[in-house]
Design a protein around this ligand. Structure first.
Ligand code: 6BB
Length: 660
């Protein structure tokens, strides 16, 4: 475990709560206030051309303040790392929430969608287009408030939102037709289209446009035709239709959206786009901080009002949020304080180009988890926003070496992307849109004929899974939340002789089985997967599998983990072939959670215990299979797992019947 020197005394690092490509997101405690925060940690050496994306995100985050946009607290840059300290959203991804519920009701969708519209309208009013709106980029806090994240693809067109952009970017499944065609487009209009896709996924639990190949997907997007399930109300289907207009000029505008009848139904008020009022003077918070720092309150405020996004900014913003919640305000004396006068201001750009290297190397590495490049020479930089990018411009040209034309007209980097998942984020550099990032690699896909629309709503589950079109195939979007808590320590892996017992709120992304012998589960699972060409590595009671691109349909590569575990306290052991799932996410479809093998899917959050038991497990324990996505696009991965588990279920089911 790496202990980052620059965080020492300021933040207490906890487990990893998310990771994606170049960033690792850790849960941490802000020591002065005791508040939980999320710290996005990036190693500069791994950023490559994505460095400009990080800067773009930082610049945007320092400019925005809205209750439904994940708040930035502090930016720490060292010569090797970026640490971006942000609001902790304990509810995790909206995607997981949809997965958990299969699809949301009209009123819950409305409640969520109003928040999304409010945040996006606010961004548009500041001249930003998000350009990567999708449920994976929307998190939930503990009060069911949505928080938009990931501003790495946002654009602030010079001259305002009326100016067209030309960088094709974002996730293909949420891409508007004009993006697919590689035309110039308006940021506002593509965001509205993506919101249409988003609303559809909330209400239907599936994507409106989906295909196993990119070509097929694009063809569907260009027709603008999607299935309208009968359960959609008139209001919601007409709202979706108004957003999913192929002709961007016929698409509903953000202003019209704010007061759309479906969004105001039962609420009456139009959606508000006002920003949060937290950049104001709060006497109680300023005085508390002044006394902690032994300075006059005016000195304290003079420093705070510069909004340097240093530790003081973080403390102030966190105190304000505590105050808004009605908590007592106090500061922990044991936390590190930074002398206000001594706060350094060093330009990010200068730091990067000069690569400061003369600071003592005093970070600690505690065995295991060694990072490829150590965080040496830490220095906390308090970077004023106007110094983040030269001339304050967000336009950075893309190096030619990353430009590579794709058949679909998008541009992609030459290098394989370790950052993005398959079928994600296609970008082409444009001269005018403030997007510095070259397009991400889309999988090279065979062209497949466009199928007739998938029968997502049909009861026919016999063939290719209608449910593969469902959002809610349940496959472990949320597993990363619990990985550090639940996974046995590394040194236990090879010697572990029995599965772990998962209890309390750890019961997340788990399918229960009818098996009594964990050894049999793991060996049957591994045999079944092997038959399908998925070779798994076994470590203790965990199988780690990797799917190469195109093993299943035309899907991209992804990797996953399946861990055999005991689940106690579920009452008596399940009767043979019992058919009463505790909480089934997949109600139909190939995963067949109603089968004896994968009977129920339990969803919880990431707190709780995990402990060893005697070889046979607790008396009433059920053996479960916990699933975890390691890499891969959410949708793509879900499909892969549905396919894998559907096949596996059948295989293992046979064995189960003869072995239990
Ligand atoms: C953030 C977060 C904040 O996460 C992988 C990438 C804040 C994440 C979080 C969570 C799960 C459980 C509890 C809390 C700012 N930028 C990025 C952030 C990125 C990850 C989201 C999940 N997918 N809280 N959490 F993600």
């Amino acid at each position: 475990m790496v202990r980052h020197y620059s965080l020492k005394g300021f933040y207490e690092l906890d487990r990893t709560i998310g990771s994606g490509g170049f960033a690792k997101v850790k849960l941490a405690t802000h020591i002065a206030t005791g508040e939980k925060v999320a710290i996005k940690i990036m190693q500069k050496a791994q950023l490559g051309s994505d460095l400009s994306r990080v800067k773009l995100e930082l610049k945007a985050l320092q400019n925005v303040l809205h209750e439904h946009i994940c708040k930035l607290y502090q930016v720490i840059e060292t010569d090797t790392h970026f640490f971006i300290i942000m609001e902790y959203c304990s509810g995790g991804e909206l995607f997981d929430h949809i997965v958990e519920k299969n699809r949301l009701t009209e009123s819950e969708s409305r409640m969520f969608f109003r928040q999304i519209v409010s945040a996006v309208a606010y961004l548009h009013s500041l001249g930003y287009a998000h350009r990567d709106l999708k449920p994976e980029n929307i998190l939930l806090d503990k009060h069911q408030n949505l928080k938009l994240i990931d501003f790495g693809l946002c654009a602030k067109p010079e001259g305002g939102m009326e100016n067209p952009l030309s960088t094709s970017c974002g996730s293909p499944t949420y891409a508007a037709p004009e993006l697919v065609l590689g035309k110039q487009y308006l940021g506002t209009e593509v965001d509205i289209w993506a919101m249409g896709v988003l609303l559809y996924t909330l209400l239907v639990g599936a994507l409106p446009f989906d295909d196993d190949s990119i070509d097929g997907l694009y063809k569907k997007i260009l027709t603008g035709k999607y299935e309208e399930p009968p359960f959609l109300s008139k209001g919601s289907s007409s709202l979706i239709k108004s957003m999913l207009q192929v002709d961007p000029k016929k698409r509903i505008t953000i202003t019209e959206l704010l007061s759309h009848p479906w969004l105001t139904l039962g609420i009456l008020d139009p959606v508000e786009l006002k920003s949060e009022n937290v950049k104001c003077y709060d006497a109680q918070c300023v005085e508390l901080m002044a006394s902690q720092n032994h300075v006059h309150k005016d000195v304290m405020w003079n420093h705070l009002k510069k909004w340097k996004y240093d530790y003081h900014t973080a403390t102030y913003l966190l105190l304000l949020s505590k105050k808004n919640r009605g908590s007592t305000l106090k500061l922990n004396n044991s936390s590190m304080t930074i002398p206000i006068e001594a706060t350094k201001e060093i330009s990010l750009t200068k730091t990067i180009s000069k690569n400061i290297a003369n600071v003592p190397d005093n970070f600690l590495v505690e065995n295991a988890e060694k990072e490829s490049k150590s965080e040496k020479n830490d220095i906390i930089l308090n970077t004023p926003i106007d110094k983040l990018l030269p001339g304050g411009s967000s336009t950075v040209s893309t190096p030619d070496k990353y430009k590579q034309h794709q058949p679909n007209g998008f541009l992609e980097p030459n290098k394989p992307s370790s950052i993005r998942r398959p079928l994600k984020r296609l970008r082409s550099p444009g001269p005018d849109d403030g997007s510095p990032i070259p397009a991400k690699r889309a999988p090279t896909e065979r062209s497949t004929p466009v199928n007739t629309p998938d029968k997502i709503l049909s009861n026919n589950t016999s063939e290719t899974p209608g449910s593969a079109r469902r959002v809610l195939g349940s496959i472990e979007r949320s597993f990363h939340r619990v990985v550090n808590v639940l996974t046995p320590k590394k040194n236990e892996d090879s010697t572990i002789s029995r599965p772990m017992v998962l209890t309390g709120k750890n019961l997340c992304n788990i399918s229960t089985t009818q098996y009594r012998d964990p050894e049999l589960v793991i060996s049957d699972l591994s045999k079944a997967l092997e038959k399908k060409g998925v070779v798994c590595k076994r470590k203790g009671f965990t199988l780690r599998g990797k799917l190469d691109a195109n093993v299943i349909q035309n899907l991209g590569a992804c990797s996953f983990e399946l861990e055999i575990c005991y689940i106690p306290n579920l009452g008596p052991p399940l009767p043979k072939f019992s058919n009463t799932p505790t909480k089934s996410i997949l109600k139909k479809g190939p995963l067949n959670f109603d089968s004896p093998v994968q009977k129920s899917l339990l969803v919880g959050d990431n707190k709780g215990d995990k402990c060893d038991v005697s070889k046979n497990g607790p008396p009433s324990a059920v053996i479960g299979i916990r699933r975890k996505r390691l890499k891969g696009d959410a949708w793509c991965y879900k499909k892969v797992c549905e396919e894998v588990l559907a096949l596996t279920a059948n295989e293992v089911k046979g064995v189960t019947e003869s072995s239990v």
